[in-house]
Design a protein around this ligand. Structure first.
Ligand SMILES: [Fe+2]
Length: 339
């Protein structure tokens, strides 16, 4: 299968995965795409979808959580049902913990559905939890991390949409209002006993920067709770990949560079390096050039060796994680990136 950008889709291609818009199913897997569907995907700002092709039998595309849990989480967030958020946080941790060392996050899979706040919150929970697993957190703390990450922006409910989605520059007054959302969120969760204080602290501190330049308190380095430092990285990463009223989306490569460039100023270096261990650089289906000049195609990713995927070339699959003779990869047809 391969990821095809929306503007390259053609009627008659076969979907390899179900396509959801929020919680609504737009088209199931194994269905032929129509011209109307392509128009609808463009109108809803989908970056692309996965379609079948001749490589589908040998490709491995893991799923972090199943569609049922994904939709349950989105519904709980939409209704601000914190009991259910807490409940589903357990399920997210169970699901990712079972994958263990096989976690490899392809953001194309996570961000293709739609651009809603709830999708963003769920993505942040998934990527934060993966990072937490990599940092060796206990199961209890992982659940607190997942629930706090899902709720990290709940305080935005108290900010007018006209400010949140303003296309141009914010006035000083508007900026101050937006910067109150961590405190609003913390206050909203304060009397919710099902939400652990460590999860609430994520809501309060997810915009604090490593060098003290963040908000609302200007905490620095280890004064910032670890779980909030993780969510800060996951939040910025997912936000960079999305189009907003006030910005275009970054490519995956640009977003990774942004995280690396922000180590020591915006972000905790240890968190960023662990986070990037799980982010797929070469998504399944993309064409790559090996250091010996041959052109191949990524068929699987190797967790923790994310820069060395398995590549189908000349009729065989090469596992680059176990073949140190072949070095760098240049992306030929990078998936999910800008033209
Ligand atoms: Fe936020």
């Amino acid at each position: 299968m391969r990821f095809v950008r929306t503007n390259k889709l053609q009627a008659g291609m076969i979907t390899a995965r179900p396509i959801y818009h929020g919680r609504d199913l737009m088209l199931n897997a194994n269905r032929s795409i129509t011209a109307d569907m392509i128009t609808s995907l463009k109108r809803n700002d989908f970056s692309g979808i996965y379609v079948y092709d001749e490589f589908s039998d040998i490709e491995k595309l893991g799923e972090l959580i199943d569609e049922g849990l994904r939709r349950d989480c989105l519904q709980a967030l939409e209704h601000f049902d914190t009991d259910k958020v807490q409940f589903f946080a357990n399920d997210i941790v169970d699901s990712l913990s079972k994958m263990g060392s096989d976690i490899a996050i392809d953001m194309n899979q996570l961000s293709i559905y739609d651009q809603s706040t709830y999708e963003h919150s769920l993505n942040v929970a998934l990527t934060s939890t993966a990072c937490g697993i990599g940092m060796g957190l206990s199961n209890d703390r992982l659940v607190r991390l997942a629930s706090g990450a899902m709720l990290h922006d709940c305080g935005k409910q108290a900010i007018p949409h006209s400010i949140l989605n303003k296309p141009g520059a914010l006035s000083e007054e508007e900026r101050i209002k937006i910067e109150r959302h961590p405190q609003y969120g913390y206050d909203m969760l304060y009397n919710r006993e099902e939400i652990h204080p460590e999860s609430r602290a994520i809501t309060l501190c997810h915009h604090e920067n490593w060098d003290g330049s963040g908000y609302p308190k200007g905490l620095c380095e280890h004064e910032i709770p670890l779980l909030a430092r993780i969510v800060h990285v996951a939040d910025v990463y997912d936000a960079l990949l999305r189009k907003r009223a006030y910005k275009d989306k970054f490519s995956q490569t640009e977003s990774i560079e942004y995280l690396m460039g922000g180590c020591g100023t915006l972000f905790d270096y240890d968190v960023v390096t662990t986070f990037l261990d799980y982010i797929v650089v070469y998504p399944v289906g993309c064409e790559v050039r090996l250091s010996d000049g041959r052109i191949g195609r990524v068929v699987a990713n190797t967790p923790r060796h994310i820069e060395r995927p398995s590549v189908y070339v000349d009729g065989q699959v090469l596992d680059l994680a176990n073949d140190m003779d072949l070095l760098s990869l240049l992306v030929v047809g990078e998936v999910g990136e800008e033209e």
